[in-house]
Design a protein around this ligand. Structure first.
Ligand code: ZN
Ligand code: FE
Length: 263
């Protein structure tokens, strides 16, 4: 069986660990991966102010060239042992489509593979990072009115990200489409949102977009399942959507996380 990990963070992550690229690559080799894509959080769009308390969601824009250069030498160094792909996890942020497209037209040519993810939701002119912490999620509940309303808004934004015109370098894979469930055991929704998810999958299939099957949810203390859960994966497969495992590791130890539990 060919093992691939399409979602790996790096020492360039402002909220990650200091684990070196070599630590990730060596561990991936020891776990018999044949290919991995490094998908560091891209710099946030020009003009967008990071609303997280730590302001650490995206890569420092001054380091982006260094990031791709480092990956190029890493590919060369390990070319006989493992395929290394250069990529980014690009945020879809409502209202910043033009800035995102500009960024992608500049750096898209340096990427082999990439992911488009929603972490920030815009509601009545305010942007919140929904997966930052239970505290931020809780503060969103009072602003949005309910947990269900946050879920509704999240799935609406994921759908927008799928439909958005971000130019010819738009990422081909959609990240963790149920990230809103990260704190579900603390703040459960009252419904499954299966219609929203079905529509998301249909729109992905129509555009030939791939799905990030993300193991990180298993290790989050209040989530307990992959992003998305297996019944959604089943639906995605039935629609012919290509599914790519992603550890979403922010440490070398995080590689392979959840994988044994995912079918
Ligand atoms: Zn991250
Ligand atoms: Fe993400």
């Amino acid at each position: 069986m060919i093992k691939v990990d399409g979602h790996v963070h790096t020492p360039f992550c402002p909220h990650g660990s200091g684990d070196s690229f070599e630590m990730y690559v060596e561990r991936a080799i020891s776990l018999n991966y044949s290919a991995i894509t490094f998908t560091e959080h891209a710099p946030l769009p020009v003009g967008f102010r990071d609303t997280t308390p730590d302001q650490d969601s995206g890569m420092d824009p001054s380091r982006i060239k260094d990031y791709f250069d480092t990956l190029d030498s890493l590919k060369e160094k390990y070319k006989d042992k493992i395929t290394i792909r250069s990529g980014l996890e690009v945020d879809y942020i409502e209202g910043f489509e033009k800035e995102t497209e500009d960024f992608l037209s500049t750096y898209g040519p340096r990427m082999d593979d990439s992911i488009l993810s929603v972490h920030f939701l815009q509601h009545r002119g305010k942007w919140d990072c929904l997966d930052f912490s239970p505290d931020v999620f809780e503060s969103m509940m009072s602003y949005y009115g309910s947990v269900d309303e946050i879920y509704k808004w999240y799935y609406k934004t994921v759908l927008q990200s799928i439909r958005a015109d971000l130019g010819s370098h738009k990422p081909k894979r959609i990240g963790h489409i149920t990230l809103v469930k990260k704190f579900q055991q603390l703040f459960p929704a009252s419904q499954s949102f299966s219609d929203d998810l079905s529509l998301i999958l249909q729109e992905m299939a129509a555009r030939d977009l791939e799905l990030d099957y993300n193991g990180a949810g298993f290790v989050k203390p209040y989530c307990g399942e992959s992003y998305p859960p297996p019944y959604i994966i089943k639906q995605a497969r039935a629609l012919g959507i290509k599914i790519v495992y992603g550890s979403d590791a922010h440490t070398a130890d995080g590689l392979d996380q959840g994988r044994a539990l995912m079918k």
